[in-house]
Design a protein around this ligand. Structure first.
Ligand code: BGC
Length: 518
Protein backbone atom coordinates (compact mmCIF):
# COMPACT_ATOMS: atom_id res chain seq x y z
CA UNK A 1 0.00 0.00 0.00
CA UNK A 2 1.28 3.48 -0.81
CA UNK A 3 2.42 5.46 2.19
CA UNK A 4 -0.19 7.99 3.29
CA UNK A 5 0.59 11.55 2.31
CA UNK A 6 -0.30 14.35 4.63
CA UNK A 7 -2.73 16.55 2.73
CA UNK A 8 -1.69 19.98 1.64
CA UNK A 9 -4.68 21.38 3.51
CA UNK A 10 -3.46 23.27 6.55
CA UNK A 11 -4.82 22.07 9.89
CA UNK A 12 -8.22 23.57 10.79
CA UNK A 13 -8.87 24.59 7.20
CA UNK A 14 -12.52 23.77 6.58
CA UNK A 15 -13.63 23.25 3.02
CA UNK A 16 -17.00 24.87 2.41
CA UNK A 17 -18.51 21.93 0.64
CA UNK A 18 -17.09 18.53 0.93
CA UNK A 19 -19.48 17.19 -1.68
CA UNK A 20 -17.51 14.97 -3.95
CA UNK A 21 -17.84 13.93 -7.54
CA UNK A 22 -19.57 10.61 -7.97
CA UNK A 23 -19.57 8.27 -10.94
CA UNK A 24 -21.65 9.76 -13.73
CA UNK A 25 -25.24 8.57 -13.55
CA UNK A 26 -28.28 9.31 -15.56
CA UNK A 27 -30.98 11.65 -14.22
CA UNK A 28 -33.42 8.88 -15.03
CA UNK A 29 -33.85 6.39 -12.20
CA UNK A 30 -31.92 3.37 -13.39
CA UNK A 31 -34.03 0.84 -11.50
CA UNK A 32 -31.13 -1.55 -11.12
CA UNK A 33 -29.14 0.97 -9.11
CA UNK A 34 -26.28 0.59 -11.57
CA UNK A 35 -24.58 3.79 -12.60
CA UNK A 36 -25.37 4.72 -16.19
CA UNK A 37 -23.22 7.31 -17.96
CA UNK A 38 -24.95 10.68 -18.11
CA UNK A 39 -26.09 11.71 -21.50
CA UNK A 40 -27.87 14.78 -22.64
CA UNK A 41 -28.07 15.70 -26.26
CA UNK A 42 -29.43 19.02 -27.33
CA UNK A 43 -31.69 18.39 -30.29
CA UNK A 44 -32.42 20.58 -33.24
CA UNK A 45 -36.07 20.82 -32.22
CA UNK A 46 -35.00 22.17 -28.81
CA UNK A 47 -32.90 24.83 -30.42
CA UNK A 48 -35.78 25.96 -32.58
CA UNK A 49 -38.16 26.68 -29.69
CA UNK A 50 -39.01 30.36 -30.15
CA UNK A 51 -37.79 32.47 -27.22
CA UNK A 52 -41.12 34.28 -26.98
CA UNK A 53 -42.91 31.15 -25.77
CA UNK A 54 -40.52 30.67 -22.88
CA UNK A 55 -41.47 31.59 -19.37
CA UNK A 56 -39.37 34.28 -17.81
CA UNK A 57 -36.95 33.45 -15.02
CA UNK A 58 -39.25 35.31 -12.64
CA UNK A 59 -42.11 32.93 -13.45
CA UNK A 60 -39.84 29.98 -12.83
CA UNK A 61 -38.71 31.40 -9.54
CA UNK A 62 -42.29 31.58 -8.31
CA UNK A 63 -42.68 27.85 -8.84
CA UNK A 64 -39.44 27.03 -7.00
CA UNK A 65 -40.34 29.39 -4.18
CA UNK A 66 -43.48 27.44 -3.49
CA UNK A 67 -41.60 24.13 -3.71
CA UNK A 68 -38.70 25.05 -1.43
CA UNK A 69 -40.31 27.37 1.12
CA UNK A 70 -41.13 26.01 4.56
CA UNK A 71 -43.81 27.97 6.35
CA UNK A 72 -43.66 28.33 10.15
CA UNK A 73 -46.78 26.19 10.37
CA UNK A 74 -45.21 23.40 8.35
CA UNK A 75 -42.09 23.64 10.48
CA UNK A 76 -44.12 23.15 13.65
CA UNK A 77 -45.73 20.04 12.20
CA UNK A 78 -42.29 18.66 11.35
CA UNK A 79 -41.03 19.43 14.86
CA UNK A 80 -43.95 17.59 16.47
CA UNK A 81 -43.37 14.45 14.46
CA UNK A 82 -39.61 14.75 15.02
CA UNK A 83 -40.14 14.78 18.80
CA UNK A 84 -42.20 11.59 18.58
CA UNK A 85 -39.54 9.89 16.49
CA UNK A 86 -36.79 10.86 18.96
CA UNK A 87 -38.82 9.42 21.82
CA UNK A 88 -39.52 6.13 20.06
CA UNK A 89 -35.81 5.80 19.31
CA UNK A 90 -35.04 5.93 23.04
CA UNK A 91 -37.54 3.15 23.76
CA UNK A 92 -36.84 0.60 21.04
CA UNK A 93 -33.79 -0.65 19.23
CA UNK A 94 -33.81 -0.81 15.44
CA UNK A 95 -35.68 2.48 14.88
CA UNK A 96 -35.06 4.63 11.81
CA UNK A 97 -33.65 7.39 13.99
CA UNK A 98 -31.63 5.09 16.22
CA UNK A 99 -30.93 7.42 19.20
CA UNK A 100 -27.67 5.65 19.95
CA UNK A 101 -26.56 5.35 23.59
CA UNK A 102 -22.90 6.39 23.57
CA UNK A 103 -21.72 5.34 27.06
CA UNK A 104 -20.33 8.83 27.51
CA UNK A 105 -21.55 9.46 31.04
CA UNK A 106 -22.31 13.07 31.86
CA UNK A 107 -20.34 16.23 31.24
CA UNK A 108 -16.57 16.54 31.53
CA UNK A 109 -15.27 17.93 34.81
CA UNK A 110 -12.98 20.30 32.80
CA UNK A 111 -10.14 18.94 34.91
CA UNK A 112 -9.41 16.11 32.45
CA UNK A 113 -5.74 16.14 31.62
CA UNK A 114 -2.96 14.19 29.95
CA UNK A 115 -1.98 13.15 26.43
CA UNK A 116 -4.41 11.37 24.15
CA UNK A 117 -4.50 10.30 20.53
CA UNK A 118 -7.51 11.05 18.39
CA UNK A 119 -8.30 9.55 15.00
CA UNK A 120 -11.01 11.23 12.96
CA UNK A 121 -12.65 9.42 10.03
CA UNK A 122 -15.49 11.65 9.02
CA UNK A 123 -15.92 12.25 5.32
CA UNK A 124 -13.35 14.05 3.23
CA UNK A 125 -10.24 13.72 5.35
CA UNK A 126 -8.63 11.44 7.80
CA UNK A 127 -7.04 13.24 10.70
CA UNK A 128 -4.69 12.06 13.44
CA UNK A 129 -4.22 14.29 16.48
CA UNK A 130 -2.17 14.29 19.64
CA UNK A 131 -4.16 16.24 22.20
CA UNK A 132 -2.58 17.49 25.37
CA UNK A 133 -5.39 18.28 27.83
CA UNK A 134 -4.17 20.79 30.38
CA UNK A 135 -7.29 20.92 32.56
CA UNK A 136 -9.45 23.98 33.18
CA UNK A 137 -10.85 23.81 29.65
CA UNK A 138 -7.42 24.29 28.07
CA UNK A 139 -5.61 22.07 25.57
CA UNK A 140 -2.91 21.88 22.92
CA UNK A 141 -3.27 19.94 19.72
CA UNK A 142 -0.82 18.65 17.10
CA UNK A 143 -2.41 17.12 14.03
CA UNK A 144 -1.91 15.78 10.53
CA UNK A 145 -4.60 15.48 7.87
CA UNK A 146 -4.65 12.92 5.09
CA UNK A 147 -6.92 13.24 2.09
CA UNK A 148 -9.12 10.21 1.39
CA UNK A 149 -9.61 9.31 -2.25
CA UNK A 150 -13.01 8.32 -3.67
CA UNK A 151 -11.57 4.84 -4.33
CA UNK A 152 -10.61 4.39 -0.69
CA UNK A 153 -14.20 5.07 0.33
CA UNK A 154 -15.37 2.22 -1.88
CA UNK A 155 -12.67 -0.40 -1.37
CA UNK A 156 -12.88 -3.22 1.15
CA UNK A 157 -13.41 -2.06 4.75
CA UNK A 158 -10.33 -3.87 5.99
CA UNK A 159 -8.17 -1.90 3.55
CA UNK A 160 -9.72 1.34 4.75
CA UNK A 161 -8.93 0.52 8.38
CA UNK A 162 -5.43 -0.65 7.42
CA UNK A 163 -4.91 2.78 5.88
CA UNK A 164 -6.20 4.44 9.07
CA UNK A 165 -3.77 2.35 11.16
CA UNK A 166 -0.93 3.18 8.79
CA UNK A 167 -1.63 6.90 9.20
CA UNK A 168 -1.71 6.58 13.00
CA UNK A 169 1.53 4.53 12.92
CA UNK A 170 3.28 7.18 10.81
CA UNK A 171 2.05 9.90 13.13
CA UNK A 172 3.16 8.05 16.28
CA UNK A 173 6.56 7.35 14.79
CA UNK A 174 7.00 11.00 13.89
CA UNK A 175 5.93 12.32 17.28
CA UNK A 176 7.58 9.85 19.64
CA UNK A 177 10.44 11.22 21.68
CA UNK A 178 11.40 13.18 24.76
CA UNK A 179 9.95 16.50 25.83
CA UNK A 180 6.85 18.62 25.46
CA UNK A 181 4.33 17.64 22.80
CA UNK A 182 5.98 14.23 22.32
CA UNK A 183 4.60 10.72 22.73
CA UNK A 184 6.52 8.85 25.44
CA UNK A 185 7.89 5.51 24.42
CA UNK A 186 6.59 2.52 26.42
CA UNK A 187 3.68 4.39 27.99
CA UNK A 188 0.12 3.36 27.23
CA UNK A 189 -1.63 5.94 25.09
CA UNK A 190 -5.45 6.04 24.99
CA UNK A 191 -6.98 6.67 21.58
CA UNK A 192 -10.41 8.12 20.86
CA UNK A 193 -11.61 7.03 17.43
CA UNK A 194 -14.15 9.44 15.95
CA UNK A 195 -16.05 7.38 13.44
CA UNK A 196 -18.81 9.61 12.10
CA UNK A 197 -21.29 7.07 10.79
CA UNK A 198 -24.16 5.35 12.56
CA UNK A 199 -23.01 2.41 14.71
CA UNK A 200 -24.84 0.29 17.26
CA UNK A 201 -22.76 0.36 20.41
CA UNK A 202 -22.92 -2.33 23.08
CA UNK A 203 -20.10 -0.56 24.95
CA UNK A 204 -17.95 2.47 24.36
CA UNK A 205 -15.11 0.67 22.58
CA UNK A 206 -17.39 -1.24 20.22
CA UNK A 207 -19.67 -0.27 17.33
CA UNK A 208 -21.44 -2.23 14.61
CA UNK A 209 -21.84 -0.13 11.51
CA UNK A 210 -25.55 0.26 10.76
CA UNK A 211 -24.96 1.80 7.35
CA UNK A 212 -22.45 3.93 5.54
CA UNK A 213 -23.54 7.49 4.85
CA UNK A 214 -22.05 10.49 2.96
CA UNK A 215 -21.23 8.43 -0.14
CA UNK A 216 -19.01 5.86 1.59
CA UNK A 217 -19.65 2.30 0.44
CA UNK A 218 -16.66 0.20 1.60
CA UNK A 219 -17.88 -3.40 1.36
CA UNK A 220 -17.58 -5.92 4.21
CA UNK A 221 -18.07 -3.28 6.89
CA UNK A 222 -21.81 -2.78 7.40
CA UNK A 223 -23.01 -5.03 10.23
CA UNK A 224 -19.45 -5.47 11.53
CA UNK A 225 -17.73 -4.10 14.63
CA UNK A 226 -15.59 -1.31 13.21
CA UNK A 227 -13.66 -0.96 16.48
CA UNK A 228 -12.58 -4.62 16.23
CA UNK A 229 -11.66 -4.12 12.57
CA UNK A 230 -9.52 -1.11 13.42
CA UNK A 231 -7.87 -2.93 16.33
CA UNK A 232 -6.95 -5.78 13.98
CA UNK A 233 -5.40 -3.22 11.60
CA UNK A 234 -3.44 -1.59 14.44
CA UNK A 235 -1.97 -4.95 15.38
CA UNK A 236 -0.16 -4.97 12.05
CA UNK A 237 1.99 -2.04 13.25
CA UNK A 238 4.41 -2.79 16.13
CA UNK A 239 4.82 0.93 16.79
CA UNK A 240 1.16 0.96 17.93
CA UNK A 241 1.61 -1.70 20.61
CA UNK A 242 1.01 0.82 23.41
CA UNK A 243 -1.94 2.53 21.74
CA UNK A 244 -5.27 1.46 23.17
CA UNK A 245 -8.56 2.14 21.42
CA UNK A 246 -10.44 3.44 24.46
CA UNK A 247 -13.54 5.04 22.96
CA UNK A 248 -15.33 4.88 19.63
CA UNK A 249 -17.26 8.11 19.28
CA UNK A 250 -19.39 10.06 16.84
CA UNK A 251 -18.37 13.60 15.79
CA UNK A 252 -21.54 15.03 17.33
CA UNK A 253 -20.83 13.42 20.70
CA UNK A 254 -17.28 14.73 20.56
CA UNK A 255 -18.61 18.17 19.67
CA UNK A 256 -21.09 18.10 22.54
CA UNK A 257 -18.39 17.24 25.07
CA UNK A 258 -15.71 19.56 23.64
CA UNK A 259 -18.15 22.49 23.43
CA UNK A 260 -19.29 21.95 26.99
CA UNK A 261 -15.63 21.73 28.07
CA UNK A 262 -15.10 25.32 26.89
CA UNK A 263 -18.69 26.63 27.25
CA UNK A 264 -20.71 24.87 29.99
CA UNK A 265 -24.01 26.37 28.74
CA UNK A 266 -23.84 23.98 25.77
CA UNK A 267 -26.60 21.37 25.91
CA UNK A 268 -26.86 20.25 22.28
CA UNK A 269 -24.32 19.73 19.48
CA UNK A 270 -25.04 19.69 15.77
CA UNK A 271 -22.90 18.93 12.76
CA UNK A 272 -23.97 20.63 9.53
CA UNK A 273 -21.39 19.68 6.94
CA UNK A 274 -21.04 16.86 4.42
CA UNK A 275 -23.51 15.02 6.64
CA UNK A 276 -25.79 16.24 9.40
CA UNK A 277 -26.54 15.00 12.88
CA UNK A 278 -27.00 16.00 16.53
CA UNK A 279 -26.19 14.81 20.04
CA UNK A 280 -27.43 15.83 23.48
CA UNK A 281 -27.29 14.63 27.09
CA UNK A 282 -30.12 12.35 28.23
CA UNK A 283 -31.17 10.93 31.60
CA UNK A 284 -30.71 7.15 31.59
CA UNK A 285 -34.21 6.43 32.91
CA UNK A 286 -35.57 7.90 29.66
CA UNK A 287 -33.46 5.52 27.55
CA UNK A 288 -35.73 2.63 28.39
CA UNK A 289 -34.26 0.32 25.76
CA UNK A 290 -31.05 -0.03 27.81
CA UNK A 291 -32.81 -0.76 31.13
CA UNK A 292 -31.35 -4.33 31.21
CA UNK A 293 -27.86 -2.83 31.56
CA UNK A 294 -28.70 -1.82 35.12
CA UNK A 295 -27.30 1.69 34.93
CA UNK A 296 -28.89 3.92 37.60
CA UNK A 297 -31.78 5.96 36.17
CA UNK A 298 -30.49 9.34 37.34
CA UNK A 299 -27.21 8.87 35.46
CA UNK A 300 -26.64 11.15 32.44
CA UNK A 301 -25.56 9.74 29.08
CA UNK A 302 -24.91 11.40 25.72
CA UNK A 303 -27.18 10.29 22.89
CA UNK A 304 -26.05 10.32 19.28
CA UNK A 305 -29.39 10.90 17.55
CA UNK A 306 -28.34 10.09 13.95
CA UNK A 307 -31.09 12.47 12.93
CA UNK A 308 -29.94 12.45 9.30
CA UNK A 309 -32.08 9.30 9.05
CA UNK A 310 -35.29 11.14 10.03
CA UNK A 311 -38.10 10.30 7.60
CA UNK A 312 -36.05 7.67 5.75
CA UNK A 313 -37.76 4.86 3.82
CA UNK A 314 -41.42 5.83 4.39
CA UNK A 315 -41.05 9.57 3.73
CA UNK A 316 -44.08 10.57 5.80
CA UNK A 317 -42.93 13.81 7.35
CA UNK A 318 -40.80 15.97 5.08
CA UNK A 319 -41.96 17.85 2.00
CA UNK A 320 -39.67 16.54 -0.75
CA UNK A 321 -39.43 18.18 -4.16
CA UNK A 322 -38.98 16.15 -7.37
CA UNK A 323 -35.26 17.09 -7.23
CA UNK A 324 -34.89 15.69 -3.72
CA UNK A 325 -36.51 12.48 -4.90
CA UNK A 326 -34.06 12.25 -7.83
CA UNK A 327 -31.07 12.91 -5.56
CA UNK A 328 -32.29 10.11 -3.33
CA UNK A 329 -33.05 7.63 -6.11
CA UNK A 330 -29.70 8.17 -7.76
CA UNK A 331 -27.66 8.02 -4.56
CA UNK A 332 -25.74 4.91 -3.53
CA UNK A 333 -28.26 4.51 -0.67
CA UNK A 334 -31.80 5.17 -1.96
CA UNK A 335 -34.39 5.70 0.75
CA UNK A 336 -31.79 6.33 3.47
CA UNK A 337 -30.71 9.55 5.23
CA UNK A 338 -33.82 11.40 4.01
CA UNK A 339 -33.37 14.42 6.31
CA UNK A 340 -29.65 14.64 5.55
CA UNK A 341 -30.31 14.64 1.80
CA UNK A 342 -32.35 17.86 2.12
CA UNK A 343 -29.80 19.58 4.32
CA UNK A 344 -26.20 18.58 4.04
CA UNK A 345 -23.36 19.96 1.96
CA UNK A 346 -23.01 16.74 0.05
CA UNK A 347 -26.39 17.26 -1.63
CA UNK A 348 -27.32 20.97 -1.88
CA UNK A 349 -25.28 21.65 -5.02
CA UNK A 350 -26.76 18.57 -6.64
CA UNK A 351 -30.33 19.70 -5.88
CA UNK A 352 -29.51 23.03 -7.53
CA UNK A 353 -27.98 21.30 -10.55
CA UNK A 354 -31.06 19.11 -11.03
CA UNK A 355 -33.33 22.19 -11.13
CA UNK A 356 -31.10 23.66 -13.83
CA UNK A 357 -31.18 20.41 -15.76
CA UNK A 358 -34.97 20.50 -15.70
CA UNK A 359 -34.94 23.98 -17.23
CA UNK A 360 -32.35 22.92 -19.79
CA UNK A 361 -34.49 19.94 -20.76
CA UNK A 362 -37.53 22.20 -21.09
CA UNK A 363 -35.52 24.42 -23.45
CA UNK A 364 -35.75 27.35 -21.04
CA UNK A 365 -32.05 27.75 -20.23
CA UNK A 366 -28.79 27.97 -22.18
CA UNK A 367 -30.30 27.31 -25.59
CA UNK A 368 -27.64 26.74 -28.22
CA UNK A 369 -24.91 26.25 -25.63
CA UNK A 370 -23.15 23.03 -24.83
CA UNK A 371 -24.32 22.10 -21.35
CA UNK A 372 -22.59 18.72 -21.00
CA UNK A 373 -20.46 19.82 -18.05
CA UNK A 374 -23.54 20.75 -16.08
CA UNK A 375 -25.06 17.41 -16.99
CA UNK A 376 -22.48 15.55 -14.92
CA UNK A 377 -23.91 14.47 -11.56
CA UNK A 378 -22.41 16.31 -8.60
CA UNK A 379 -20.60 18.73 -10.91
CA UNK A 380 -22.17 21.71 -9.12
CA UNK A 381 -20.47 22.01 -5.77
CA UNK A 382 -22.37 23.32 -2.74
CA UNK A 383 -19.54 25.84 -2.38
CA UNK A 384 -20.88 27.49 -5.58
CA UNK A 385 -24.24 28.12 -3.89
CA UNK A 386 -22.46 29.77 -1.07
CA UNK A 387 -20.32 31.87 -3.43
CA UNK A 388 -23.35 32.94 -5.46
CA UNK A 389 -25.21 34.00 -2.35
CA UNK A 390 -22.34 36.19 -1.24
CA UNK A 391 -21.63 37.80 -4.64
CA UNK A 392 -21.49 41.53 -3.81
CA UNK A 393 -21.60 42.88 -7.39
CA UNK A 394 -24.66 44.19 -9.27
CA UNK A 395 -23.67 42.22 -12.37
CA UNK A 396 -23.14 39.10 -10.26
CA UNK A 397 -19.60 38.65 -11.49
CA UNK A 398 -18.92 35.66 -9.25
CA UNK A 399 -21.85 33.87 -10.80
CA UNK A 400 -20.49 34.68 -14.28
CA UNK A 401 -17.16 33.25 -13.16
CA UNK A 402 -18.63 30.00 -11.85
CA UNK A 403 -20.59 29.28 -15.01
CA UNK A 404 -17.91 30.30 -17.50
CA UNK A 405 -14.96 28.82 -15.67
CA UNK A 406 -16.41 25.53 -14.47
CA UNK A 407 -19.13 24.85 -17.02
CA UNK A 408 -18.17 26.95 -20.07
CA UNK A 409 -21.65 28.49 -20.15
CA UNK A 410 -22.59 32.11 -20.80
CA UNK A 411 -25.34 33.58 -18.63
CA UNK A 412 -27.62 36.62 -18.79
CA UNK A 413 -28.12 38.89 -15.79
CA UNK A 414 -31.72 37.68 -15.40
CA UNK A 415 -30.48 34.10 -15.27
CA UNK A 416 -27.80 34.94 -12.74
CA UNK A 417 -30.34 36.65 -10.52
CA UNK A 418 -32.49 33.58 -10.79
CA UNK A 419 -29.56 31.31 -9.86
CA UNK A 420 -28.77 33.36 -6.83
CA UNK A 421 -32.39 33.36 -5.72
CA UNK A 422 -32.57 29.60 -6.24
CA UNK A 423 -29.42 29.06 -4.18
CA UNK A 424 -31.02 31.15 -1.44
CA UNK A 425 -34.14 28.99 -1.48
CA UNK A 426 -32.16 25.77 -1.20
CA UNK A 427 -29.78 27.11 1.45
CA UNK A 428 -32.58 28.65 3.46
CA UNK A 429 -34.62 25.47 3.44
CA UNK A 430 -31.58 23.52 4.70
CA UNK A 431 -31.11 25.96 7.58
CA UNK A 432 -34.82 25.94 8.49
CA UNK A 433 -34.92 22.15 8.51
CA UNK A 434 -31.85 22.17 10.74
CA UNK A 435 -33.78 24.52 13.03
CA UNK A 436 -36.63 21.96 13.12
CA UNK A 437 -34.21 19.29 14.33
CA UNK A 438 -32.77 21.55 17.02
CA UNK A 439 -36.28 22.62 18.05
CA UNK A 440 -37.29 18.97 18.40
CA UNK A 441 -34.46 18.28 20.87
CA UNK A 442 -35.18 21.53 22.73
CA UNK A 443 -38.88 20.60 23.04
CA UNK A 444 -38.16 17.02 24.02
CA UNK A 445 -35.71 18.06 26.73
CA UNK A 446 -37.68 21.10 27.93
CA UNK A 447 -34.84 23.58 27.34
CA UNK A 448 -36.97 26.41 25.95
CA UNK A 449 -37.76 28.31 29.16
CA UNK A 450 -34.21 28.32 30.40
CA UNK A 451 -32.67 28.57 26.94
CA UNK A 452 -29.44 26.90 25.90
CA UNK A 453 -26.37 27.03 23.71
CA UNK A 454 -26.02 24.74 20.74
CA UNK A 455 -22.47 23.93 19.66
CA UNK A 456 -22.47 23.75 15.87
CA UNK A 457 -19.77 22.69 13.45
CA UNK A 458 -19.36 21.62 9.83
CA UNK A 459 -18.73 23.38 6.54
CA UNK A 460 -22.31 24.54 6.01
CA UNK A 461 -22.58 26.09 9.42
CA UNK A 462 -19.11 27.61 9.31
CA UNK A 463 -18.94 28.82 5.74
CA UNK A 464 -22.36 29.14 4.16
CA UNK A 465 -23.32 32.83 4.39
CA UNK A 466 -26.17 33.49 6.79
CA UNK A 467 -26.69 29.84 7.73
CA UNK A 468 -26.63 30.49 11.48
CA UNK A 469 -28.95 33.53 11.14
CA UNK A 470 -31.41 31.46 9.17
CA UNK A 471 -31.37 28.76 11.84
CA UNK A 472 -32.09 31.41 14.45
CA UNK A 473 -34.93 32.86 12.36
CA UNK A 474 -36.28 29.33 12.01
CA UNK A 475 -36.21 28.82 15.76
CA UNK A 476 -38.25 32.00 16.22
CA UNK A 477 -40.71 30.77 13.58
CA UNK A 478 -41.16 27.56 15.55
CA UNK A 479 -41.18 28.92 19.11
CA UNK A 480 -42.07 32.60 18.71
CA UNK A 481 -39.91 35.09 20.62
CA UNK A 482 -38.74 32.46 23.08
CA UNK A 483 -36.86 30.86 20.20
CA UNK A 484 -34.27 33.62 20.72
CA UNK A 485 -33.19 31.83 23.88
CA UNK A 486 -31.72 29.02 21.80
CA UNK A 487 -28.43 30.22 20.41
CA UNK A 488 -26.02 28.34 18.19
CA UNK A 489 -22.31 29.04 18.36
CA UNK A 490 -19.29 27.73 16.57
CA UNK A 491 -18.31 24.56 18.40
CA UNK A 492 -14.97 23.41 19.66
CA UNK A 493 -13.23 20.71 17.60
CA UNK A 494 -15.26 17.66 18.58
CA UNK A 495 -13.50 15.01 16.54
CA UNK A 496 -10.08 15.92 17.91
CA UNK A 497 -10.36 17.61 21.29
CA UNK A 498 -13.77 16.07 22.08
CA UNK A 499 -12.52 12.63 21.22
CA UNK A 500 -9.52 13.09 23.53
CA UNK A 501 -11.69 14.33 26.41
CA UNK A 502 -13.99 11.33 26.02
CA UNK A 503 -10.97 9.01 25.98
CA UNK A 504 -9.82 10.70 29.21
CA UNK A 505 -13.28 10.45 30.81
CA UNK A 506 -13.54 6.77 29.83
CA UNK A 507 -10.08 5.90 31.09
CA UNK A 508 -10.91 7.47 34.45
CA UNK A 509 -14.36 5.88 34.63
CA UNK A 510 -12.93 2.42 34.02
CA UNK A 511 -10.10 3.01 36.49
CA UNK A 512 -12.73 4.05 39.07
CA UNK A 513 -14.62 0.81 38.36
CA UNK A 514 -17.75 2.62 37.16
CA UNK A 515 -19.97 0.73 34.67
CA UNK A 516 -16.92 -1.16 33.43
CA UNK A 517 -19.14 -3.48 31.36
CA UNK A 518 -20.05 -0.73 28.87
C1 BGC B 1 -23.51 10.40 9.91
C2 BGC B 1 -23.36 10.85 11.34
C3 BGC B 1 -22.47 12.06 11.42
C4 BGC B 1 -22.93 13.14 10.45
C5 BGC B 1 -22.02 14.36 10.46
C6 BGC B 1 -23.92 11.57 9.02
O1 BGC B 1 -23.94 11.16 7.69
O2 BGC B 1 -24.48 9.39 9.82
O3 BGC B 1 -22.84 9.81 12.14
O4 BGC B 1 -22.49 12.55 12.72
O5 BGC B 1 -22.97 12.63 9.15
O6 BGC B 1 -20.72 14.02 10.17
Amino acid sequence: MAAPHPSATPPHDVVISESLPKPAISREPSGSGNPVPASHTRTQSNASVPHATKKTMVDHLRKYESLFTLTPQRMRIIVDSFVEVLEIGLKEFGQTVPMIPTYVFGWPTRMENGDFLALDLGGTNLRVCLVHLQGDGRFEITQTKYRLTEEQKQEDGMKLFDFCAECVANFVELHTGEGRGKIKEDEELALGFTFSYPVNQARIDHGELIRWTKGFGAPNTEGKDVAAMFRASMEKYPVLKNVKLTALINDTTGTLIASHYVNPRTKIAVILGTGCNAAYMETVENITKIAPLGIPGEQQMAINCEWGAFDSFQHYHLPRTPYDILVDEQSNKPGEQAFEKLISGRYLGEIFRLVLCELIDAGDLFLGQNTYKLEIPYSFDTAFLSLMESDPTDELLTVIGIFTHFHQIETTLAERQFFRALARLIGRRAARLSACGIAAIVSKCGYLEEGCSVGADGSLYNKYPGFADRIHEGLVDVFGDKGKRIVTHHAEDGSGVGSAIIAAMTKKRKADGLFVHV
